[in-house]
Design a binder for this molecule. Structure first.
Ligand code: THU
Length: 143
């Protein structure tokens, strides 16, 4: 995992911008903490999501899972279909996805998918789902 923040480069730039734009749609009445996520598919299409909260707090959903489940619905997303996911948060340092989202990234995107974590300074850290979730729970574990 990268440890030094850097500006986005190449196709990361477009994806971070999409994640940041999605954060503008966040429904974060309770936390006042907007988050956006964007997934790039192998054909270049982009699917985004934002956090959506509820007065019954646990009903809310994070930006990452909204983006992932939207991609499942719209494009029947499976592991290896996504080439990159970006997450943008209004944080000083690149945002750190929650544990639930890390597991869903593992389930739907696959452990080797690159993840771009971004912040309010538009700096990024590049990592992978596996680095974010070592020993993720997997299908074979159910056998
Ligand atoms: N949140 C996300 O959407 N993604 C993250 O990576 C971290 C947290 C949301 C959940 C909740 O709506 C708000 O941020 C505060 O936790």
């Amino acid at each position: 995992m990268e440890t030094v923040r850097r500006p986005a480069e190449g196709r990361e730039i477009e994806l971070v911008r999409a994640a940041k734009e999605a954060a503008c749609k966040a429904r974060c009445t309770y936390s006042h903490f907007p988050v956006g996520a964007a997934i790039m598919l192998d054909d270049g299409r982009i699917v985004s999501g934002f956090n959506c909260e509820s007065p019954a707090f646990t009903c809310g959903i994070c930006a990452e899972r909204m983006a992932i489940y939207t991609a499942v619905n719209e494009f029947d997303l499976h592991p290896h279909d996504a080439i990159l996911i970006a997450v943008w948060g209004r944080t000083e340092d690149p945002i750190s996805p929650c544990g639930l989202c890390r597991q869903v990234m593992w389930d739907i995107l696959g452990p080797e998918t690159p993840v771009i974590l971004s912040d309010c300074n538009d700096m990024v850290l590049r990592t992978t789902v596996r680095e974010l979730l070592p020993l993720g729970f997997k299908d074979e574990d159910l056998a």
